[in-house]
Every structure is written in C-alpha cells, then in structure tokens.
Design a protein around this ligand. Sequence first.
Ligand SMILES: C[S@@+](CC[C@H](N)C(=O)[O-])C[C@H]1O[C@@H](n2cnc3c(N)ncnc32)[C@H](O)[C@@H]1O
Length: 987
Amino acid sequence: MAIVESRLPGWPTLSLHVLNPLRLGSAFALDGISYHNYSWKLHNDAEPFVAAAHGPARATITMNAVEIEAAVSALALEPFDAAEFPFAFLAAFGNKETTIKRLRKGESNASDVPGGVLQRNNIHLAVCESGVVGETLKALRTNPKTVSAKAKFVLATDGETLEAEDLTSGETITSDYRDFARHFGFFLPLAGISTIKEIKDNPIDVRATGRLNKLYIELLKDNPEWATEARRHDMNHFMARLIFCFFAEDTDIFNGASLFTKTVEQMSARDSSNTHEVVGAVFRAMNTKIADRAAAKLPSWADGFPYVNGGLFSGSTDVPRFSRMTRTYLLHAGGLSWREINPDIFGSMIQAVAEDEERGALGMHYTSVPNILKVLNPLFLDDLRAQLQAAGGNARVLLNLRKRMARIRVFDPACGSGNFLVIAYKQMRAIEAEINRRRGEPGLSSEIPLTNFRGIELRDFPAEIARLALVIAEFQCDVLYLGQMEALAEFLPLDAMNWITCGNALELDWLGVCPSTGSGVKLVSDDLFQTPLDQVEIDFENEGGETYICGNPPYLGFTWQSAEQKADIRTLLKGRTASSGFLDYVAGWFIKAADYGTRTNCVAAFVSTNSICQGQSVSILWPAVFETGYDIRFAYTSFKWSNLASNKAGVTVVIVGIGLPTSAPRRLYLHDEQNGVLVREGASITPYLTLGPRIVVQKRDQPLSALSVMEFGNKPSDGGHLLLQSEELASLGLDVAQRNRFIRRIYGSDDFINGGSRLCVWIEDCHLEEAQFIDSLKARIEAVRQVRLASPDKGANALAKRAHQLKLMRIGTQSCIVVPSVSSERRHYLPAGLVDHRTTLTNLAFGLYDAPLWNLALIASRIHLVWIATVCGKLESRYRYSNTLGWNTFPVPTLTDQNKADLTRCAEDILLAREAHFPATIADLYDPENMPENLRHAHERNDEVLERIYIGRRFRNDTERLEKLFELYTKMTAAQPASNRKRKTLA
Ligand SMILES: C[S@@+](CC[C@H](N)C(=O)[O-])C[C@H]1O[C@@H](n2cnc3c(N)ncnc32)[C@H](O)[C@@H]1O
C-alpha cells in the first residue's frame, strides 16, 4: 500500500494499492521512496517539466555536390588571390557568409600559422611563399592546434601548387593550382557529403551533370514550348543526342578530337543565331547513311560525321534555339573529358536533369555500385564467378560458361537510367574477358548481346539515358578488353533495336519485354490496360537461357500512392487476398515477377522498403507470392540504402530474391555492427527475413500464450468536451469529493511518453444524477450530446444517449499497464508503464486492466520489442503496436509461479529505477544515448530473467531472438489455430 499526499490544493491524500504509475514528469511523482514502503506525494501539475534540452543547432551546409563542383571550378579559374583564397575556398564548400565573416575577423579562426585559417572540426589551410608548399603542409599537419581543433583536412598552396591531406584516411593530393578543381571530390566531406570512391576518383560525372543541368534549364527558358508535355520527349531525346556527341567526340567514335564541339564553335555565329541550324545539320548527318549523303544536301562540314542512327538520330532533328549563354554552356559541356564518364553513375545523376522536383537535389540520389552489387551478386554473379573459379584453366568448361553467359538475360522493370543493367553488363564482360584470357583468346569479340539487358521505365528521359548508358558501357568494355581499334570497328552504326520500354511496369505484360525463353518469337510489349505502345519488335538471343530480374522499384507507402498506383496494386492482387490493404507500391514488382515466373523460369531480386517484410503487409503480399510456387531464395535483412547525400537519411531497405524452390540452401545476409556482412544458410527463409519455416503471423482475438488480455483505451468521441488540461480543472468549480468522483487522469501515447497532463470527466452511470446538478459538468455533457447527434456516423448518434461518458469506460479497479500504440524506433525498449485506478487511457494506447505486473516485464523486454518491430510493422519509422497482431501472437513458454514472481520483481525494479530520476519523462529516460545506468541495468536483468525462461541463457542477438520466437509460434499455433478464440485462464 502506498500513501500519496497531495501538494495541490484540493486534492486528497490517496492510498494506492499498486506501485505508482510513475508517469514521470506528470502529476504523480515520487518524493521519497523505499522499496517496501511507498510514500509519495502528488506533484504540482501546473509546472510542466521541461523536455530534453537540445544542443545548439549545427550550422548546416546545404550545397550539393554539383553546386560545389561549379563553385570550386569557378574559384580555380579566377586569378589567385593569396589573402582571399582560404575564405573563397571555404565559401565554395558551402560555408555561409556569416561563418566566413567570423573567420575573417579572427573570431573563429583557431590557426596560429602565418596566413593560416583553421576552421574547427573541418580544415586547417594556409597560403605560403612560392616553393614551400610541402613544408607548409607538414607544419599544418604537425601543428598542435590542428589536432586540438579536430581538423579533418590540411591544405597548403602558393598559387602554383596545391597540396592537401585527409587526416582521417591519410590520403593526400598534389595538384597544379589551376587543376585543383578536379579534386573537388576529395574535399566533399568538408560539406558534410561522404564521398563514394567512384566520385572521388572520377569527378567527371558530377561536372558533366552540372554543365548539362545548366544547359537544360536555360534552353527551356529560351524555348518554353519545349517544356510542354507535348515536346518533353523531343527535349529529352535532344539531350540524349548531345550526350552521345560529347562522348563520341572524346573517344574517337567521331573522326577527330572534339569534332562536335569544334564544329559548333566554328560554324555557328557568336551571337548564337544559327546554333540550332548547325547542331541540326550535324544530327541530320548522323541520321544519313554515307551512300545517301549527296542526295541529302548536307553542308560539307557536316559530312565528316559518321552515320550513327540506331534510333538515336532518327525522327525529327529539330533543335531548340540557343542564346549566347546556352551556346557557351554547350561549348563548356563539350570541353569536359567525356571519355571517363561512368555510364552507371552518370546516368543516375543525369536523370534528375529532366525532373523539375529532382533538379534541386541533383547528384544526390546516386545509388552506389556496392549497393547494386548486393542485388546482382547473390542473384547470379556470385554463381558465375564460382563457376569461373571452378573451371580453372579447363578450356571446355570455360567455353561452356561463356556460352551460358551469352544466353543470360537481365531485366530491370523499373530501370531508371539503367544502372543495374549497366553494372550487370560490365561485370559479365569482366568474367567473359577472364574466360577469353584463360582460353588464350584475349581479343575475341564479346558474345554477350547488349540486347539481353532489358528494362521498363516509366519516365521518358531516364529510359532514353538507360539505352545510351548501355551503348556507352558496351563501347568502353570493348575498348578495355578488345582495344580501341576493335571497339571502333564494331561500334557504328548503332543497333536500331530498343531494349528499354517506356511504360508502366505494373500494367505491361513482362512477357512482351522478355518473352518466354525458348519461344524465340518476336514480341511487342502489350499494354494490358491502355493503347499499345510505340515499340520496336525485338528478337531474343537467349534460346533456353536464364532470366534474372533485378532492380530498385519505387517504394511508396499507401498514403503517397496516387489513385492509379493504388489501382495497379488492387488489380494485381484481385482475387488473391481479401484486401490489398496498405501495401507499398514496390510489392507490385514482387507479384509481377512471381507471376512472370509461372510462365518462364526466372529468379528475381529487388531492393525494397523493409515494410513489405513487416506487419500486415506480410500476410497480404507473401501468401500471394508463395501461391505461384515461388519462394524466398536469399535476402539481405534491413540496412540503410545510402546515396551520395550523407546529410540525408537513407531509407531502410531489404533485398529479397525469389525463385522456384531448389535444393540449394537459402542465404540470409545480415549486417553486423561494423557494417560487415554475415551470411547464414538454412533450409528456408521466413517472409520476415529470418531463417525458418515460411510462416505468416495472423491476427488473433485472444492471446496465444497464457497472458492477460490487452485492450484499446477509450475513444473519447466527445468533440473534446470530456477532456481538459489540468490547468482547466479549477474552472469546473468542483470540490474535493467531486474531483475524486468525476475527474480522472487520461493518457494517450504521446502524453504518456512525453509527460502530458490531461484530465477527463469520468461519470459512472450511478453518479450521473449528481453530475447533472453541477453546472459545469452538465454543460459539458450537453455539448458532447450535440456533437454526437451532429455526427454523420450512426454509431456516434447512438452514443448521444450516454453523452456523460467516453465511448468506452475501461479503467483498472487497481491499476493498468499502459502500452503506447506508437513510439519511437530509437528506443531500446517499448515505453510501457503502469498507472493507477484513477487514470485511464485514450484509444491511442493499449491497456492491460488489473493485470499481474509480470505482464509488464514481458512488454518491456527486448525480445518483445523485436517481435513487435517485426510482426506489427511501422508507422513511418516508428513502432506501431497492435494487440491483435503483436500481443495476442506473442509466443511465451509456459510460465511457472516462480517465473512470474521473478518477472514481477523485474518489472518493479524497472519502475523503481525510473522513479529515481524524477522528474524525467519516459522520453528522457529512454533516450538511447542518455539512458540512466540503473534503468539500463534493470532492463538487462529483466531480459536475462526472461530469456533464460526461453532458452536457458541470453540470446546472442535479435536474429536469434526472432528465430526462437518464430519456432515457438509455429509450434504453438499448430497446437492452437487462430480460430481458437477461447479465453485462456490466467494465473
Ligand atoms: C528507385 S528508382 C530506381 C532507378 C535506378 N535503378 C536507380 O537506382 O537510380 C525507381 C524507378 O522506377 C521508375 N518507376 C516508377 N514507377 C514505375 C512504374 N509503374 N513502371 C516502371 N517504372 C516505374 C521511376 O521512374 C524510377 O526511375
């Protein structure tokens, strides 16, 4: 028994039978406590407890990689100004004017080196006398201030040479001052952008994207009609042609270095008036076979261009008009060295050029090659490499492998600018080249047809770029493995076939893009819902070969899907599940791939939001996939899908590979804490991405285990008239006895976690008459009645009869265990707690009314959080609790009386540990970075006790926890199916 003494005038001293609810930071709080003798005081409610203090916001740098490249290039072109350089350099990396001002004044410059500027946590740079750059860099590196200010870089320059060092990696650069912009990728961490290796080594992709971006924007300004929907395709096609020309003139595909750029520069007037005519003539030449040139009446200077066509230069050769500025931008873009362009990276970046809403983030949505390989390696590349290794020098086995590869199709049905296809192609060419080397045929032409790399893409511009990217990749591979001459000999004219279909992948028949293997039929992709698309028929070189489907389709939660997208999913699932629920859009690609697999054998792997392997999505999507006969072959469990923008949180994704069942073990790839990858093998993978049987957790009305019943809190349906803030209490004019009778504290998720202080009017039927005599209560009851009567909902109208009450009137007679329905995913434990009999819940929390305290030990355990995170799914990224899906399905071994006593003690210890930190809120206490030691310890102890009940020791990790839970769930549900709704007896 606990005694709670009020400090609020008018509140009584209470005797509580149970531990205080410990809603720290709210009205009930502990003043002095001993473990066996609780004596508490009510705390003054009117003083809100301040939530966690946050540190001062860090100044953020908002420039993206493309903008930084442009700024650094501009700086390198300016005459060197020794005094100004350090500040101009920092400004180019996105430092704000105010930051620069403070450095300039010396207020924040921590350097003691002459000519030096030291920006804390960033860089120590200095301008020095001519010829002493090396010594100055050394002085900066060894300077104690560099260390104490935690500089990440040192840089020294004399205006002729520039040297710098990344102090974290030890990497250094030395450059002519004029060329230092080429190393801008090295310095990107200064702008908070963690650079991926490809960009650092080869910044051309960012520079090219920046140049084309400017050109695109300005051309559209000068030619607004090209920005209309009707001409969008022409504009995109025009940009693809330009990119081809820039690449071709730098790689000897055109006869003469910089032929295109020079032609435009020399033949078009400086005032730009005829630039479009010159470019148009060049395009026409590339669309005219050499034999037809005379008849085409091309200007002689255009005759030097080869016949290219292949669809790229066919159709209208209309060109937008140029201004002086856009002509200059065109020449600037041509001035870059396009030879080193990475078709995978560049394609991904350049696609943003044509997207109005994406353009601002240009260069930031690049998907790294290692991440793409996480899909392609387990899908089929690992197997090819293993075969290559096993073949050793055996010419016949190597030949068979080469033949096998020539019949492999790779199909990305959401291909964007084709990066998955390009990387798959390049990787296969590398394997083929190794085969040829071992067979003593190093210069042999490739047998891998580019047309076996296919895609569907919704948007026009990326679809254009995807095809171009593959063409460029093929040429670069030919140069690498066969030599420049051979590459050139094979390159032109381009193949007229189109491997990238522009359309909606969820509507198109995939057999139209990738016909059944062995059919050898020419097929045109059918649009199953709309008019046929304008497509070139494609023959296939894959007779009897394998098909691998891959990609990174769009993830769109239900609320972000358009009506058409929702309809796509509904159509796909029609007749296969009761409802398509809130499935993410990406789920459609899994269904389509499995359906496609019933017609032609394939293995498919997609990157996906992890939501399709959590919560209710599992029971909607996966049974439909399994029904086709397809199974999960391999999977990567959740990880962050990072891109170039380290200042943008990546989404959490999984990779799931599906195919027909085989005898080969299933592989599960997991990231360890050091971001290494562990591979585990088993006979099958669950749709929750654990090793184990293919079970799908179904909602239950009653707990599967012998646990107390968990119910929703009380939906007010009151228009706000039964709820009040504690400071409104006085206005009701109630005496102490009336407050005791008619007022209760009420919590939803948010106020339980963050320390809110709401109250509610609580009138039992037996006290209604008395309440009606109190004016303030009577008025509130009447207001609720009006709200309910006015509601369009019939249920609400019926409730008007008991307008004195919330829709439900659940409250513990002694206590209630509270479980917030939504809570942050950052916490290590679910923020459950206990409230007394004078406290009730809204429908935004669940309650176990008068339940034994050991139930709280279960809910507050790590193993329960892992179960909830997996089977209940998330609301955005937060945990979404469900009693029917999470609590009623939670598998718990039979608990002995001793187990229950031990767990009760653990729950009490957790509550007491919280109390020791009054007035901290639950949010404060469970801040993962600042969780108090005693509370952490109490939870550890709780986990220890509970996990010993499960397996006799602590689990090694969450994966082991989940696997045990699924194993137990499978056993328990086999013995007691979901339809068994009988209430279990509680000890
Ligand atoms: C996440 S991006 C991936 C693209 C590319 N693989 C990459 O990494 O940049 C998804 C792509 O799917 C395309 N897409 C969206 N809905 C589509 C649909 N219904 N059919 C085909 N493609 C679609 C988008 O335009 C986008 O290019």
